[in-house]
Structures are given as structure tokens and as C-alpha cells.
Design a protein around this ligand. Sequence first.
Ligand code: ASP
Length: 438
Amino acid sequence: MLKVLKFGGSSLADAEQFRKVAAIVKSNPANRYVVASAPGKRFPDDIKVTDLLLECYRLARKKESIDGPFGKIEDRFRGIIADLGMNLSLESEFATIRLVIKNRASRDYVASRGEYLNSMILAEYLGYAFLDAEDAIFFTDDGSLDLVRTDESLQVLLSEADRAVIPGFYGSMPNGTVRTFSRGGSDITGSIVARASKADLYENWTDVSGMLMADPRIVSDPEPIPCITYRELRELSYMGASVMHEDAIFPVREAGIPINIRNTNCPEAPGTMIVASDEQATKPPHHVTGISGKRGFSAIHVEKSMMNGQKGFGRRVLQVLEEHGINFEHLPSSIDTMSVVVNTAELEPERDAVIKALEKSVAPDHIDIVNDLALLAVVGRGMVRAHGTAYRVFKALASVDVNVRMIDQGSSELNIIVGIDAVHYEKALEAIYKEFVK
Ligand code: ASP
């Protein structure tokens, strides 16, 4: 058994959190590779080390002093080392980094130093080797991850280190400069390390006990999701539920390695298991796995009599959107109308141009744009070929007087998406949750 553990910023924010992390890592000899984030927030108004570093970068570019934020960064690391009673000095590292930032280091180099320094401390504290991500994770010239080269070199490096800490969030470009993933990217590093080490499990340790069935800001005390498939996760996170960086799924999913989301502050909780297939998943406790949703959608209704007989109508409508750089989310249609649901933020700047282009391209009888829509996704492997799910969703919505403006069921039967007026978003979500869970 081999496990890769990734600890997020809040799990490594101070010495107390480091102690919890060490206890978790030492609790099982299978815990061989650890990926670390930079120190995150210790309290709600705290500033993450990565944000302090980005502030240093901004100041250095304006040729202003970085002493303020850089001093805070040094103090945080010095504090962790002192509170852990360690005999480690990072003073020469601080001096080098400070100098490089002043001499106009790249933004990615600066942003990556939190993970670099924190991993040095954690490696020393655990008695594990420190394996710099710069030597192990590679990007291509266009900035995308070079998974083949990364896999190859990581496999060699990991085979030489029985136990190691690897900083998350960054790697290097073909010319040797540092490049980071987008924010929250340590999740991706963890996934890459799990894949290269052929781990049996990728544990992603954070500050929540796994994924919840619904947004806890709306539904009070929602139940956790014990097990979810990658496909369900994708549907739920596309609709706003977020638990880890989206790009972290691909490397492990392809290798068939499950992910376990765990809580550093509550290690006894089993968290959420994310698995590749329905066969690997445990039986869901409820008919639906989760409910998520998003506001900020608009529907463009295009009406034309005898539209269904016109070949290429749909293509031309979509082409107009494509030419204006707008993604479409859903495409409900009826015999003489076609609606395209899009993100309001994408549509708004192009709105008039899109209407004009549609008039020219498909000469509709009528075009109407409805704003302020919210979409709700009811997702679950338990829904596939089960009777009555849609009925229960609509019954719940009717019971709180919410009008359904659009319906879309994916052909996989894994989800039902309903469009409603955004003002009803909260009560609609609560009503659906209650219908299936309580
Ligand atoms: N430290 C980085 C961030 O704050 C990356 C990470 O934590 O995953 O985004």
C-alpha cells in the first residue's frame, strides 16, 4: 500500500497545524509522499503567504520596497520553526529570495516560494527527503503540463527517495524558469505525484470533512457525501460545488487512483471517496448524491415558425455565439423555438452585437433575452434508470411556488438541471434537498 497525501494551506498555517499533519503522516507507514501548500489563513482576516508574495512582486515591479510583506513572510516561517522547536535556519534562503524578487523575478517564481519554503520545513520536521518540484514537474512551451516528461522524471526521482515532501503548485518550463499552476494548484501536484508513484490512494487533506450534499451557506448542516464518482463530481463542480482544483482530477482519474478528501482538523472523519466507476462506488445513502447550482445565467430565446424544417438553423445560432466568444451551457428547444443558456457575464458586453448577428444569420420572428436565471443541478448515480426523480424535483419546487423556466436532463441520466428565477435560488435548493434527504 502506498499513499500520497496533499495538505492544503490551512492544514499547514502554523506550528499547531504542522503537529496535526505530522501525526497524520506518521500514523501509517504507507504515507510515503507528501505534497505541501504554502501557509494559508490562520483566522478569517489573515493573509495567505502566497498573497503576501504576490504583493512583494507587485511592489518590486513598481520599484517600491518589499520590506513590509516580505518581513511578514519571514516572520511566519520563523514562527513555525521556533514553535516547533526545530533546529533549522532558512535565513540564507530568505536573503536569496528577497534579492531575486528585488532584481525583478518572474511572477510565478515569486508566487511559488511559499510552497518551496514550507516544504523544506515539513520535510525536516517529518525526517523526509525534500524533492524540489522544479526538478520533477515540467511544462511545455505553451505553458501546459508535460505529463509524459513529468511522469518519467518523477518516477526516477521517487524511486530514489523512499519518503519525500514535494512542494505543490509549481514546476519548470523547458528553459528552466519556474512556472505555477493556477491558484489552488497544489491539488494538481498531489495528483501528479500519486500517478507517478502508482499510489493506491491520493489523500487530499483540507479543512472540511469531505464534500457536502449541498452548499452549507444555504442548507443548514447538509449531510456529507461518503462516496462520489468522478463523473458525478464533474457535474457537481461544473455547477459550482468546489472541493479541489478541477485540473487535479485528470492525472489520477486516468490512472484509476481514487481520491479521499479528508479533514486535518478531524482526522477520524472518513471524508469523501472519489472513485472511477459506479462499480467501485459504495451504495449511495440517498437517491441523489448532491445538489449544486449557480446564478448568473441568461437565456436567449430565438423563435421562428417552421424552424424545425430548416436545416442548419441550430448551427448558425451557435456559430454566432462562437464568433462572439460565448460558450453555451444548455440548449433546450421546442418545435419553433430554440433557447441557448449562456453566462450573463459573457453575453453582456456582446449583447447588442449578438442580437444583430442573429437577425442577419437566421432572420428569426422574435428574439428575447431573459436575464437573472439560476441553474440547479440534481446529480446522482442512484438516479440512473430510477423512476420518479424528476417528479420529486418538480414537486419540491412547486411546494415552494418556484416556477421552472427550463429543464434539461443529460442523456446519461446522471443529472437533472432546472433553470429558475435567481431570486428563488435559495428556497429552491433547500426544498429539493429536503425532498431527497429529510
Ligand atoms: N498556495 C497556492 C494558492 O494559494 C497554491 C495552493 O495552495 O494550492 O493558491
